[in-house]
Design a protein around this ligand. Structure first.
Ligand code: NDP
Length: 333
């Protein structure tokens, strides 16, 4: 079976030559283990951090070893109690066709309740990030005006829709193409959106869509977006620092927002988050977001590429905005 290895650590933008798809033997399951045929692989921005050899909240990928990442698949052999052949599971040994792991590290998912790939997106890690980051970290309350960057992506598209469904007074977002901007307004119910790649600074464009300012900023991007949001936040505004994708490929230290002192007079709260801290919200998340998806009130988009051989292209595409909604690598076709 094939698995993707990292073969050199990218400096700046990753290149296809930094990766190799190699044949690996699939081990027999030990006591307590399962063998999973992966059906959908996740590629996520945080993986860029793991490709570099620096201290972070997740350890770096080892060179010349299979990379890890979210995946859902079907159990094809089991020596683990409570998991049977044919069960579907979510686990962290993605980037490969077959995974052998301890049953205790796999979470059973229900293929009848939602398409399996949803457990990597809206009903999985990105969905939880949006839910916890907005409601818990940013202390969202009905009537808040919300701005989210990376708004057409897996996390951002959920943030905007959850804010709308929870009674935001205004939901605005930014994304990197006119088609994404159209989708934000027409499909996800944002009040307004802008294409940050077009003429005009982010601050000017944000002032146009939110002339009275914002109460909450959900930051997926960092850099110029964060600076513009600090400028637009009202007194007692809150920002969730969730991601800074504009700088993940940076080779030089990145300057901070030049207007941070505004946080003093405005008594802003800028709070970093990691989704893993918010497991206590999971039951509420599954019930509420699952309900909105079933009722059609919340739209769940995916960009799907097919075949394990396309996983690196999918990852590189994710970093350059090729996706709308969650980027998925499907192996079942
Ligand atoms: P997305 O689905 O949003 O995909 C990434 C998107 O980033 C691209 O589609 C692209 O869209 C946008 N992008 C790329 N480069 C830039 C740039 N220079 N400036 C602005 N936008 C850019 O990914 P996710 O939803 O999975 O993740 C979104 C963010 O959330 C990331 O920063 C990620 O690291 C973070 N995250 C953090 C977690 C946490 O626990 N803290 C958990 C999960 C995600 P476009 O066309 O709009 O440019």
């Amino acid at each position: 079976a094939r698995a993707w290895h990292l073969v050199s650590r990218p400096v700046g933008e990753p290149r296809p030559e930094d990766f190799a798809l190699r044949e690996e033997s699939v081990a027999e399951p030990g006591e307590g283990q399962i063998v999973v045929r992966n059906l959908h692989l996740s590629v996520d921005p945080y993986m860029r951090g793991r490709m570099s050899d620096r201290k972070s909240y997740v350890p770096p990928y080892a060179l010349d070893r299979p990379m890890a990442g979210g995946a859902v698949g079907e159990v094809v052999a089991s020596r683990a109690e409570g998991l049977a052949v044919g069960d579907h599971v979510l686990h962290d040994l993605g980037w490969r066709e077959y995974a052998v792991l301890d049953g205790a590290k796999a979470f059973r998912v229900d293929a009848g309740a939602a398409p399996l790939s949803a457990y990597l997106g809206a009903l999985g890690m990105p969905g939880m990030t949006a839910y916890a980051g907005l409601l818990d970290v940013a202390s969202f309350k009905p009537g808040d005006a919300v701005f989210v960057s990376g708004a057409a992506g897996a996390v951002g598209s959920m943030v905007g829709q959850i804010a709308r469904l929870k009674g935001a007074s205004l939901v605005v977002g930014s994304a990197g193409s006119d088609e994404k901007v159209r989708r934000l307004v027409e499909e996800y119910g944002f009040d307004a959106a802008f294409n940050y790649k077009k003429d005009g600074s982010v601050a000017e464009q944000l002032a146009r869509v939110a002339p009275d300012g914002i109460d909450v900023y959900f930051d997926n991007v960092g850099g110029e977006h964060l600076e513009a949001a600090i400028g637009a936040l009202r007194v007692h505004g809150r920002a969730t620092l969730c991601g800074a994708i504009a700088q993940y490929n940076a080779v030089e230290p990145v300057p901070g927002p030049n207007n941070l002192a505004l946080a003093i007079g405005k008594r802003l709260r800028l709070q970093g988050m990691l989704v893993v801290d918010h497991e206590d919200l999971r039951p509420q998340f599954v019930e509420e977001v699952g309900g909105w998806i079933r009722s059609g009130e919340l739209k769940r988009d995916e960009t799907v590429v097919h075949g394990v051989e396309s996983a690196v292209d999918a990852f590189l595409g994710l970093l350059s905005g090729a996706n709308t909604g969650k980027m998925i690598v499907s192996l079942d076709g």
